[in-house]
Structure formats: structure tokens, C-alpha cells
Design a protein around this ligand. Structure first.
Ligand code: PXP
Length: 255
């Protein structure tokens, strides 16, 4: 008898950095990303994702500390490998960290981590995180070298960078990026890694990506917060959660 694939659950991680960006435009108290995180969780988000950048341009230390106390689901901290940020992560102990490359001049994270070229630093950081009960994800491009290096340095998960797929301007280019992501996800799973995806995902490109790549977690920020400006954050999260649920239902029907 043909082996049936298992039903696959897709978790939604909402990145609330952009709420903090609006707050920082006035350096005031609102909108508060801590409150945004609570609304996201009340409306179906499975994970809250925040990036504590070295320059603190949006999320602050106060946001991280409060979210660690108030986020009842998984808190995923995106972070660079800087000494100071590593120490904060080890003190605060979110359930998961996603290690990303970080450049001061960039508007947003511009590409995947060169996991292969920073093996020694990752080999220092990852065991410390894991010893503190923190799951480690590496944000990487869907390239064999990066995926294999992620396995070698002992990461639990990879988050495949979907930015090139999201920015593809033709159907052919999008298809090529999807094929690379699908292949990368398959290799990651063969190596025993959990496979997540994120960056540039929106209400049009998330479902096709999810059905092909089958990520366990999606990490989505800008498109949800943009939509929330018009539709209200609650409706925005429900809509995106519905996409995840739709994907899960399709997988369940295929199982
Ligand atoms: N995943 C990672 C690792 C990121 O750095 C970001 C941006 O902070 C996201 C996901 C979310 O990307 P976007 O805001 O484009 O949805």
C-alpha cells in the first residue's frame, strides 16, 4: 500500500517590528508592539517574532522583556551574532532565536546568513543557546552549502529566505525561486532540520509558497501590519491565519 504523507500544520509567526517602527517615528508610547503581540495571539497567531537590532531602531529591550513575560505562545527572537545581543538572548531565554545577518545601513534584512562562512561563531553560540533551552533557527538562502552548514553547526531549524521569490517580477522567475525553495526544504528535512520560511510574504504569494515548500512556521511582518493600517490588525491576522488553515486543510485532505 502506498504510504500516505502526514497531515501538515502550518504555524503563523507575526513579526511586530513594524508596529515599533511606527512608534519610534515619534519616540512615544504608541502603538505598543507588546499590545500588538497580544492582539495577534488573540486572533490566531501561533508565534510572535521580533528582531532586537543592535541599533534598536524599532524593538527595544523593554519590548523584549515585556513580551517574554506576556507572550503566552512561542516568542521567536531574530538576532545578529553580536556579543551584546547573544548575552541578552541568554538572559531573557525566548523559546526560539533566529540568527540573521545584520547591517546597520540596511532597511530590512537583505539576505540569508552565510552559515557556511561563520561556522566557528555559530559553533560557539548554538550550544550555549541550546543549553539554555532555546531552539536555534538560522535564516538562510535555499542553497545546499548553507543548509548543510546549518546541520553541521547544530541548528534545530532553518528559516528559508523567501525574499527573492517575493521580489520575482515574472512567473518564470517566481517558479525558479519556488523550485529552489522546495528543493532546499526537502534537503533540510532529509538532514533532520525543521524548515520555516519568511521574508516578503504577502496575501498573494504565501499560499503558493506554503503548498510547495511545506514550512512548519511562516514568519510574516510587513504585509500584515500594512494591511492592518487599513483593515485593522485583528482582521489582518485572521485573514492570514485563514490562509495557513486552508493550507493545513489541503494537506489534511491529501493525507
Ligand atoms: N524572517 C526574518 C528572518 C526577517 O528578518 C524578517 C524581517 O524582519 C521577516 C521574516 C519578516 O519579513 P517581512 O516583514 O517582509 O514579512
Amino acid at each position: 500500500m502506498k504510504k500516505q504523507p502526514c497531515a501538515h500544520i502550518v504555524k503563523l509567526g507575526v513579526n511586530v517590528d513594524h508596529v515599533a517602527t511606527v512608534r519610534q517615528a515619534r519616540r512615544g508610547a504608541e502603538p505598543d508592539p507588546v499590545a500588538a503581540a497580544a492582539i495577534c495571539l488573540m486572533n490566531g497567531a501561533d508565534i510572535i517574532t521580533i528582531h532586537l537590532r543592535e541599533d534598536r531602531r524599532h524593538i527595544s529591550d523593554r519590548d523584549l522583556r515585556l513580551m517574554r513575560q506576556t507572550v503566552t505562545a512561542k516568542l521567536n527572537l531574530e538576532m545578529a551574532m553580536a556579543e551584546e545581543i547573544v548575552a541578552i538572548a541568554l538572559e531573557i531565554r525566548p523559546q526560539q532565536v533566529t540568527i540573521v545577518p545584520e547591517k546597520r545601513e540596511e532597511v530590512t534584512t537583505e539576505g540569508g546568513l552565510g552559515a557556511a562562512s561563520c561556522r566557528s561563531r555559530l559553533l560557539e553560540i548554538i550550544p550555549k543557546m541550546r543549553a539554555n533551552g532555546i531552539r536555534v533557527s538560522l535564516f538562510i538562502d535555499p542553497e545546499d552549502e548553507q543548509i548543510e552548514a546549518s546541520r553541521e553547526v547544530g541548528a534545530d531549524c532553518i528559516e528559508l529566505h523567501t525574499g527573492r521569490y517575493a521580489n520575482a517580477r515574472t512567473e518564470q522567475d517566481a517558479e525558479a525561486e519556488l523550485a529552489a525553495l522546495e528543493k532546499g526544504a526537502a534537503l533540510g528535512r532529509r538532514l533532520g532540520l525543521h524548515v520555516n520560511a519568511g521574508h516578503g510574504l504577502n496575501y498573494h504569494n504565501t499560499l503558493p509558497l506554503t503548498l510547495r515548500v511545506r514550512p512548519e512556521e511562516l514568519h510574516i511582518g510587513h504585509s500584515i501590519i500594512s494591511r492592518a493600517i487599513f483593515a485593522g490588525l485583528a482582521a489582518a491576522v485572521r485573514d492570514m491565519k485563514a490562509l495557513c488553515d486552508e493550507a493545513s486543510r489541503i494537506f489534511a485532505a491529501q493525507a
